[in-house]
Design a binder for this molecule. Sequence first.
Ligand SMILES: [Mg+2]
Ligand SMILES: [Zn+2]
Length: 175
Amino acid sequence: MNRAVFLDRDGVINHAMIRDDKAFSPRSREEFRLIEGAAAAIRELQAAEFTVLVVTNQPDISRGLLSTADLDWMADRVLSETHVDELLVCPHDDQHACTCRKPQPGMLLEGARKWGIDLAQSFMVGDGWKDMEAGKKAGCTCILIDAPYNQGVGCDYRVKDLKSAADLLIKNKDT
Ligand SMILES: [Mg+2]
Ligand SMILES: [Zn+2]
């Protein structure tokens, strides 16, 4: 069995857009900026034999606020610049009641099936409660990237950024 690090996208790999102290997804190519150090952290996790899978909610597709072409362009940038193993997207909104939209664990379960992942030995890294909840439901250890907009959110570990999360996981890999 393999171990995975599931990564949320916005606020973890690329900068979230902040409006009224809340985090939003970028809605255009101009708004999409990768976080410095994220690609290197992902490379280190893969070198430590973690499978790295991105699991991202993108309801702006359903809401008509983001085009599929722009979403695909962002996915291509993540794949080509960070070399994550796979990127899974939920394009639905609450009213679709799908099983993939976090806090549901569907994308993690699908990734686990596909990549032979032991979820109990795996991690979810994100910046919101839906990430932590999805990770918990899947049986993973949950790591929250600290931000002003997530101070009340529960997690197993709170870290500064993806680089710090990678350092923590690699340091404790064999324990
Ligand atoms: Mg996020
Ligand atoms: Zn969905």
